[in-house]
Design a protein around this ligand. Structure first.
Ligand SMILES: Cc1cc2nc3c(=O)[nH]c(=O)nc-3n(C[C@H](O)[C@H](O)[C@H](O)COP(=O)(O)OP(=O)(O)OC[C@H]3O[C@@H](n4cnc5c(N)ncnc54)[C@H](O)[C@@H]3O)c2cc1C
Ligand SMILES: Cc1ncc(C[n+]2csc(CCOP(=O)(O)OP(=O)(O)O)c2C)c(N)n1
Length: 576
């Protein structure tokens, strides 16, 4: 049989280290899936929805750092990929999507299932092109893979079924694909300027994002030298918040601890590998310096006194010899003290309120953190699970946590867990799902079953679209269309052939979670939680009440965090 474009596509993906292609088979994609079948090295993972395929590929790419792939058939098939691709792209995850396409002879005629994938996917990709002739194929595929890996994000190839089935003829020029991005060091002049600013400042604070991945020790050593409190973004937590005596928590509406205070009360703030989007939480008084590998991200969220275009680890290593060791710990100790007190207050929910029925989700998340393994991978649905996971899941050296952190889509946790478990078959993978989020794409519980993936799917079953209900209430709107009439999810899981555990009583949380985590197959844990559980932002001021989550802020604007916690504590004392 002739060596087709589809066969060469598979060869090239295998060469680039791609191990799986997630998607749903069909019509114009048949030459590609047939080529996968014949090749045998790259596995097609049969999902129940293309969106979940794109989420799974995005998760795999985020966790492994390597190129991952997904595919959809022409028209509606590849259109279903789009939300997952937006998420992957905005998470800087290198993903190649094959959007198979109607026959070339039919393009432009309003043919059955006609869309224009080369236009549709422009906004969620670095590179998106139609291959209308076999002669284009080699170079377009090369550019697509290189762009996804090098720029970090999505590339899309629109590949008509007839072109995929045509004979491949090499264009005679071999092309090697870059595997890794280079390390960038800022200019000596800027490094010297930063050292000077650090040496002159009395109170330095660090705020660290996911760009600190792989530079934990450098970042902590810098904090030690400067006696700096070190806050983190949600995406940064997994990489800096463990083994770190300088940790002061997270900023933002879901924030906790003293990160916000440290960032506002310092006289020099250093932003390291973060594109933290909530500009209203950024200070204006201190001097600010920022280190980022993406030059376009420098200064796009706050005022900037010094921009350093560089890699976090590389920058700190170059900087260390130029920085004086500070001896005054007073700012650091004050922030650590505030942080400790803030954590004590957060635990009020776990230790006291959480033990009541209806169950408080904080209690569930804290118990999960205790029983999950030290190298567990957590995937987190958009909604209130973001609050519970960012605050109560303890970071360790090897734990990872991914969500739809930048795109903010619901229903991401289950499909991301599928990608994570395929990528790391030996690790514990725990999905933290909202009941609304799970129901949105729950067909892929069947994928868990079909591939016997030992994912532990925890449903925070509060019978409501909780985050939106909260938003409506604090905006002074009556809550509307947020109620969910749910089944017993544990029974649904059992009907699908997997273990189902239902937890309604706080006393059963740890044992129920343990039982599910310890068994070797897929499991769903349906935890019935309080629909009215409320999150308390770490810091709120009137002018910060903007954008997406601000309504949660309003909630405490009236009552204020401290007042609410004080009331709870008074009640506890009263009961005691
Ligand atoms: C419902 C909801 C609520 C949320 N609330 C909060 C909240 O309260 N607080 C919060 O923090 N987040 C929150 N998030 C997440 C938030 O939207 C952002 O995704 C997150 O804050 C971004 O974290 P980051 O800056 O670490 O990552 P990114 O936005 O991905 O930025 C990372 C930056 O690091 C750079 N970089 C990468 N590698 C390197 C390197 N080696 N060296 C230097 N630079 C590098 C990148 O170019 C990029 O600019 C929430 C998300 C959801 C869904
Ligand atoms: C695809 C999508 N649709 C709608 C939204 C808006 N939204 C954000 S959170 C949320 C509610 C999530 O409810 P649930 O999954 O039940 O979790 P809970 O907040 O109750 O924990 C909604 C509707 C979104 N972010 N993504």
């Amino acid at each position: 049989m002739a060596h087709r474009i589809a066969d060469e596509l598979v060869n090239k993906l295998v060469e680039a280290g791609v191990e799986r292609m997630y998607g749903v088979v069909g019509d114009s994609l048949n030459p590609v899936t047939d080529a996968l079948r014949l090749n045998g090295k790259l596995k097609f993972i049969h999902m129940r929805h293309e969106e979940t395929g794109a989420f799974a590929a995005g998760a795999e790419a985020q966790l492994s750092g390597k190129l991952a792939a997904c595919a959809g058939s022409c028209g509606p098939g590849n259109l279903h990929l789009i939300n997952g691709l937006f998420d992957a792209h905005r998470s800087n995850a290198p993903v190649l999507a094959i959007a198979s396409h109607i026959p070339t002879s039919e393009i432009g005629t309003g043919f059955f299932q006609a869309t224009h994938p080369e236009i549709l996917f422009q906004e969620c990709s670095h590179y998106c092109e139609l291959i209308s002739s076999p002669k284009q194929f080699e170079r377009v595929l090369h550019i697509a893979m290189q762009s996804a890996i090098g720029k970090g994000g999505v590339s899309v190839i629109a590949l008509p079924g007839d072109v995929a089935g045509m004979e491949f003829a090499a264009d005679g020029s071999a092309r090697s694909i870059i595997g890794h991005r280079p390390s960038i060091r800022p200019c000596p002049k800027e490094l010297a300027q930063l050292a000077e600013m650090m040496n002159a400042a009395k109170k330095v604070a660090l705020f660290c994002g996911i760009g600190c991945a792989g530079a934990h020790d450098e970042v902590v050593a810098l904090a030690e030298k400067l006696k700096s409190p070190l806050g983190h973004s949600y995406r940064g937590k997994a990489f800096v918040a463990y083994d770190n005596p300088f940790d002061v928590g997270m900023s933002g509406l879901l924030g906790f601890g003293a990160a916000y205070q440290a960032m506002h009360e310092c006289d020099l703030l250093l932003l390291l590998g973060t594109d933290f989007p909530y500009d209203k939480f950024m200070p204006t008084k201190p001097k600010i310096a920022q280190v980022d590998v993406r030059v376009e991200n420098l200064g796009r969220r706050c005022k900037l006194d010094l921009a350093l275009w560089g890699d976090v680890g590389e920058t700190i290593r170059a900087l260390m010899p130029m920085v004086d060791t500070k001896s005054d710990r007073s700012f650091l100790d004050a922030m650590l003290g505030k942080h400790k007190e803030a954590l004590r207050r957060l635990n009020v929910y776990v230790d006291h309120v959480g033990k009541r029925t209806p169950m408080h989700p904080e209690h569930v998340a804290a118990a999960l953190s205790e029983v999950a393994s030290d190298d567990a991978i957590f995937t987190v649905d958009t909604g209130m699970c973001n609050v519970w996971s960012s605050r109560y899941i303890r970071a360790t050296k090897d734990r990872r946590m991914i969500g739809s952190f930048t795109h903010g889509s619901m229903a991401n946790a289950l499909p991301q867990a599928i990608g994570a478990q395929f990528c790391y078959p030996g690790r514990q993978v725990v999905a933290m799902s909202g009941d609304g989020g799970l129901a949105m794409l729950m067909g892929d519980m069947l994928t868990m079953m079909q591939y016997n993936l030992p994912i532990k799917l925890i449903v925070f079953n509060n019978s409501v679209l909780g985050m939106v209900k909260l938003e409506m209430e604090v905006a002074g709107l009556p809550d509307y269309q947020t109620d969910l009439k749910n089944p017993n999810f544990a029974k649904v899981a059992e009907a699908m052939g997997m273990m189902g555990v239902r937890i309604e009583n706080p006393a059963d949380v740890s044992s129920g979670l343990k039982r599910a985590l310890e068994q070797s197959g897929p499991a769903l844990i349906d935890v019935v939680t309080d629909a009215n559980a409320v999150s308390l932002p770490s810091h709120i001021e009137a002018e910060q009440v903007v954008g997406f989550g601000l309504t949660m802020g309003k909630l405490v604007l009236a009552g204020h965090i401290d007042e609410v916690v004080d009331t709870i504590e008074a009640n506890i004392r009263h009961v005691a």
